[in-house]
Design a protein around this ligand. Structure first.
Ligand SMILES: *Cc1c(COP(=O)(O)O)cnc(C)c1O
Length: 402
């Protein structure tokens, strides 16, 4: 239901609007320069040229070699490719993979797929802020460890991992390192050479490019077979006719994002902190999930005691606010998010969670309106909660969280 008065989109971690300049950059490649980049005549070569330019631009922005950028259909494909095919390619070295307990499902479900096929996976714990401990990571490395995959910026709680340090530890032990940078590329400065990773995933629709285009950076020398069999596209490593318009759009979107990165992250961070400070100060029995400062500029994630996340979301929607909850009911499961459980939240608190993800278009008025809406809604939902009644009557304690 769309509220006629307000429409405040605070779910930018789920997806973003395509920027008008991105649409404009893409259009010629649908109807005019529509050739197949593999065709040798002029029409094909126009498309090929656009592909090369896009790859060069993206590589320059991420400080990587153009030849090491491989275009995919999405962040999910990039993570699947990085994990499954790299583990397969290095089977003679071993079958052990290290990841964290707070990965996106594109990673964790790829790990589960590998486990069913005889690979071993270590899921590193995280602390209460969602951080992986580098010492714990190092201790998990074994002689048969092939690869580690740790998410850069967490899509639910926003915590940013010390990727450079983790990748360096992996390399000291001859282990390859992949990071899921889907939430960080175009939102934070991401310099691949500086991070020192062997593989990195990104996805266009998290930064104002269309859904259905992503990339995987694969450092020269990393052996990973093609995830798709077919033609010789992408240096014979990713078959399938290249999605030229979308790839052009992704390059344009990254260009746009990075041209204003400093101001944008600063404004978003200030608004995020305003939101966090107000909610924590003005709503009782509530906590912030994720690291207070080492977090994505646009991410705020709260848990409210005695409140169902789903009810909160539905009421906020009636007030014109689009956000996301920490329980996965929407995706057909009643289990609370594995990320919230991994940071030590009891089930009942994890169920009362709310993620708000800002963009450069979010205004202070949007945030103030949202805070008022949260206050009203939480108060109202609690009046209907038997648990809250018990709590007020002294029959129930607040849930203990570290
Ligand atoms: C959105 C997201 C993905 C999946 O990307 P798609 O392009 O939607 O497949 C993977 N990892 C993280 C951290 C994400 O936020």
């Amino acid at each position: 239901m769309v509220n006629p008065i307000k429409s405040i989109y605070l779910d930018n971690a789920a997806t973003t609007a395509v920027a008008p300049a991105v649409v404009e950059a893409m259009l010629p490649y649908f109807t005019k320069a529509y050739g197949n980049p593999s065709s040798l005549y002029e029409l094909g070569q126009q498309a090929h040229g656009a592909l090369t330019t896009a790859r060069d631009q993206i590589a320059a922005h991420l400080n990587a070699r153009s030849q090491d950028i491989y275009f995919t259909s999405c962040g999910t494909e990039s993570n699947n490719w990085a994990l499954k095919e790299t583990m397969f390619a290095y089977q003679s070295k071993g079958r052990h993979l290290i990841t964290s307990s707070i990965e996106h499902h594109a990673t964790s479900h790829s790990c589960a797929w590998l486990e069913k096929r005889g690979y071993e996976v270590t899921y590193l714990p995280v602390d209460a802020d969602g951080l992986v401990d580098p010492a714990v990571f190092e201790a998990a490395i074994r002689p048969d460890t092939v690869l580690a995959s740790i998410i850069h910026g967490n899509n639910e709680i926003g915590t940013i991992q010390p990727i450079r340090q983790l990748a360096a530890i992996a390399h000291e032990h001859g282990v390859l390192f992949h990071t899921d940078s889907v939430q960080t590329v175009a939102h934070l400065p991401v310099d691949i050479a500086d991070l020192g990773v062997d593989m990195l995933s990104a996805s266009g629709h998290k930064f104002n490019a269309p859904k259905g285009v992503g990339l995987l950076y694969i450092k020269k020398g990393v052996r990973t077979r093609s995830f798709m069999d077919g033609g010789a596209q992408e240096r014979k490593r990713r078959a399938g006719t290249e999605n030229v318009p979308y790839i052009v759009g992704m390059a344009r979107a990254l260009d746009l994002a990075l041209s204003t990165l400093t101001e944008r992250t600063q404004t978003e961070t200030e608004l995020r902190d305003h939101l966090i400070d107000r909610v924590l100060a003005e709503v009782e029995h509530c906590r912030l999930n994720g690291h207070r400062t080492q977090r994505l500029p646009g991410n705020a994630n709260f848990s409210f005691e005695f409140v169902e996340g789903e009810s909160l979301l539905l009421t906020l929607e009636q007030k014109g606010i689009m956000a996301s909850s920490g329980s996965a009911c929407a995706s057909g499961s009643l289990d609370p998010s594995h990320v919230l459980l991994a940071i030590g939240l009891p089930h009942e608190i994890a169920h009362g969670s709310l993620r708000l993800s800002l963009s450069h278009e979010t205004s202070r008025e949007d945030i103030d309106y949202t805070v008022e809406a949260i206050k009203q809604t939480v108060t109202h939902l609690r009046t209907m909660s038997p648990l809250y009644e018990d709590f007020l009557a002294g029959k129930k304690q607040l849930s203990a969280v570290k």
